[in-house]
Design a protein around this ligand. Structure first.
Ligand code: ATP
Ligand code: MG
Length: 211
């Protein structure tokens, strides 16, 4: 029994928060890469509630973003989707996301996966210190963004790991704009997500596009 008292089988769990409007292959490659490099048992995708960072534009309803995330991740046995941020309501703060996920799986090791751009925002939050007690942060480098951790002196270096993701210059903004202009988004987002966007006309003012 003595051997069992000390962290017998801590699961390693990735947490990938995002607006996912829509989810695209940049998100999926990043999650898959982190899963492989860090040997994660599971990666939980967590679509945001009302995203205060994006008050400048209409964000698609949470249920659509949730379902696109489910469609995109369904085939990967290690990928799951959590509704904690959607069901909590209101603006999403990463600290609440981590608290809720940890409450549901006490003792697990959390790895918060984020793009380098979002990492910059997190580092500037006042309560950033608490976040680093709750999870290891994996900053994915993304085309067009650079980050120098040493400029954030309040961040414990051992709690942040930068990881180069195979370059994927895909963003949700670009996918929405392309779709609105009538340009294809096939192969930038999963097939089922292309079809879901068309079925629900999520990003209107576009002609129909075929592969
Ligand atoms: P938007 O253009 O609307 O901001 P986005 O493409 O940045 O959308 P988000 O849902 O905002 O997508 O991103 C969720 C998380 O995924 C963030 O941490 C973001 O930095 C990261 N991310 C987004 N695109 C990529 C990519 N191509 N490669 C790696 N990480 C990415
Ligand atoms: Mg973004």
């Amino acid at each position: 029994l003595a051997g069992m008292t000390d962290q017998p089988c801590r699961r390693r769990v990735g947490v990938m928060g995002g607006t996912f409007d829509p989810i695209h292959h940049g998100h999926l490659v990043a999650a898959s890469e982190v899963q492989g490099v860090f040997g994660l048992d599971e990666v939980i995708f967590v679509p945001t509630g009302a995203p205060w960072q994006k008050a400048d534009r209409e964000v698609s309803p949470a249920e659509h973003r949730y379902l696109m995330t489910v469609i995109a991740t369904a085939a990967n046995p290690r990928f799951t989707v959590s509704r904690v941020d959607i069901d909590r309501g209101g603006p999403t703060y990463t600290i609440d996301t981590l608290r809720d996920i940890l409450a549901a799986r006490p003792g697990d090791d959390l790895f918060f996966i984020t793009g380098a751009d979002a990492l910059t925002e997190i580092f500037t939050w006042r309560d950033a210190g608490q976040l680093f007690e709750m999870a290891q942060f994996i900053g994915c480098t993304r085309p067009g963004y650079t980050i120098d951790i040493s400029t954030f002196d309040q961040i414990p270096a051992d709690r942040v790991t930068m990881l180069e993701i195979p370059a994927l210059a895909i963003s949700s903004t670009d996918c929405r704009d392309r779709h609105r202009r009538g340009e294809p988004i096939w192969y930038l987002v999963p097939d089922g997500v292309v079809q879901y966007i068309g079925k629900h006309n999520l990003y209107p003012n576009h002609p129909e596009v075929s592969p």
